[in-house]
Design a binder for this molecule. Structure first.
Ligand code: AP5
Length: 218
């Protein structure tokens, strides 16, 4: 099963990608997590990416494509993958098609998550993340058992630097300008499913698994 999760920041792609990865035993590849890992490790790539990420802008295509290429090579030997946050521009989508074509692989489904803007802002401003294992929480909608501590690994939770109000505004604008055109791109390839992701995490997951069930084992 080879999937792409598309949608504005905060629609819940990462939350659902974790669950789908566990249920269908496929790899989750999140460019946001990979980039934040590089920033934390202070690699050359991380230092280059940090300024863009803090402002809510996209990291240049060349940087992200290099990062994902390696992971796709690893993922081609497992039963599949879900790409969370990649591709985000037309050149990235073209590159993904090229890399998969070289491996004689095709995408099975691109899911477009849809949530009203005011819900997105609420989700992002209350998000807390684990810098160690990447688990995601929300102060109201899915709080950890102990305040500010990760249930999974016990690390202290943090608020992402790009979840500040100004960065959220920039990210939503950047999404409309650079990523939303991919809805049409994948629509024309007959790969797109739209998903109303404004319900609870469990309700969205139930709808999503129905959409993906036909591709189980693909
Ligand atoms: P990235 O980490 O990919 O951020 P994003 O796309 O902006 O997405 P988010 O992680 O903010 O949201 P999400 O949809 O995953 O929502 P989540 O599940 O966490 O990218 C960060 C930055 O890295 C980018 O701005 C860019 O600079 C760079 N970057 C990354 N990829 C790149 C690329 N390909 N090219 C160039 N640059 C790139 O949920 C959000 C919150 O809502 C959580 O608190 C969660 O608990 C809660 N929640 C989730 N679902 C529900 C629900 N159904 N009901 C109630 N609450 C919910």
């Amino acid at each position: 099963m080879r999937l792409v999760f598309l949608g504005a920041p905060g629609v819940g792609k990462g939350t659902q990608a974790d669950r789908v990865s566990e249920l269908f035993k496929i790899a989750k590849i999140s460019t946001g997590d990979l980039l934040r890992g590089a920033v934390r490790d202070q690699t050359k790539l991380g230092l280059e990416a940090k300024g863009y990420m803090d402002q809510g802008k996209l990291v240049p295509d060349s940087v992200v494509i290099g990062l994902v290429g390696e992971k796709l090579n690893e993922a081609s030997s497992v039963p599949g993958f879900v790409l969370d946050g990649f591709p985000r521009t037309t050149p990235q989508a073209d590159e993904l098609g090229r890399v998969l074509g070289e491996k004689k692989m095709l995408l099975d489904r691109v899911v477009n998550f849809e949530v009203p803007r005011e819900t997105i802002v609420k989700r992002l401003s209350g998000r807390r993340s684990c810098p160690n294992c990447h688990a995601t929480y929300h102060v109201d909608f899915s709080p950890p058992r102990k305040a500010d501590v990760c249930d999974r690994c016990g690390e202290s939770l943090v608020q992402r630097s790009d979840d500040r109000r100004e960065a959220i505004e920039t990210r939503l604008k950047v999404y409309e300008e650079q990523t939303a055109p991919l809805i049409r791109y994948y629509g024309e390839k007959h790969l797109l499913s739209h998903l109303d992701a404004s319900d609870s995490v469990d309700a969205v997951f139930a709808k999503l698994t129905k959409v993906l069930e036909p591709y189980r084992g693909a």
